[in-house]
Ligand binder design. Sequence first.
Ligand code: SAM
Ligand code: SF4
Length: 338
Amino acid sequence: MAGSVAWVTDVTPEDLVDPFGRTVRDLRISVTDRCNFRCAYCMPAEGMKWVPREDILTFEEIERFARVCVDRFGFDGIRLTGGEPLVRAHLPRLVERLAGLGVDVSLTTNGATLRRHAQDLADAGLARINISIDSLQRDRFLELTRRDELDNVLDGIDAAIDAGLAPVKLNVVMMRGINDDEAVDFATFGRERGVTVRFIEFMPLDATGEWTKATVVPAEEIVSAIEAVYPLVALTRGTEPAERFRFADGKGEVGVIASVTRPFCGDCDRVRITAEGSFRTCLFAIDEFDMLRHLRGGGSDDDLVDAISAAVGTKWAGHSIGQVNFIRPAKSMSQIGG
Ligand code: SAM
Ligand code: SF4
């Protein structure tokens, strides 16, 4: 592990259990709020307010926070996200540091520059990758992302496969009247390329405030559309958010993430830290817990342990999207780290 510190700990990890009995083991780290795309459902075309660069966690601070989660609480999975994580310079160096903690490190990316980075990421110890792609049609992709990058993303998917990252999963956010006619096309694409496609229900975390329940394509509808062409067999679900299905003819899998119509909050084992070091116990949390002040202000690892424990003590049973008591978080998906 070139350039990183070897940490030795003799502390036995203790389970981090929230008030509803769920053991937290999964950390999502946003490495930047910036992005090279402007997906219409995620960001406005112009005018996003970025976190000042000096307020963004350094790789050393991220590694330290992750190490506390792993060593003290037995976390076993870390996913890097953003904004677009690949716009952060030298990302493989962070992957190498985190893989050195002995946990499963994965990444969610829009894939636009993946051809350039896939092999370095794999060599650094990245285990798995999710690539977001919401249309296989060039004009529609351009309209959705405001970037004419479909070919680069498709090449990025191939680059991930070539680099040996496995599994490669594709994230597709389905939106009514926008791309809801592409479920079968994506299923066919996944079967042909040997990648798993996961359809995600549109959530009220857009920066533009255009989400309504009517824009959500229910997971059930997506599964029915695919099943009409390719018979599916449901697989047993673990703590992961995706409901998984295998193609009955053996040609791989698809999944749906029914965050809105069938929330999986009861199995949630996840927490997040934003690019500027704010800790969140739910995507939809209203409260954030400032870890930067411990990381940069001379706090000890025990201070971090206490702050994390206190925050997880506030984790709620689940979100209430679509109900009268639902409050939209002030931050949008890219500012939180999706
Ligand atoms: N830029 C990277 C990417 O697009 O993969 C990582 C960050 S992005 C915020 C993470 C994931 O969140 C993407 O798959 C994106 O499509 C999804 N996403 C963004 N806004 C969403 C929303 N309002 N509802 C559901 N998924 C959303
Ligand atoms: Fe960027 Fe990802 Fe948001 Fe698209 S979904 S604008 S790629 S952060």
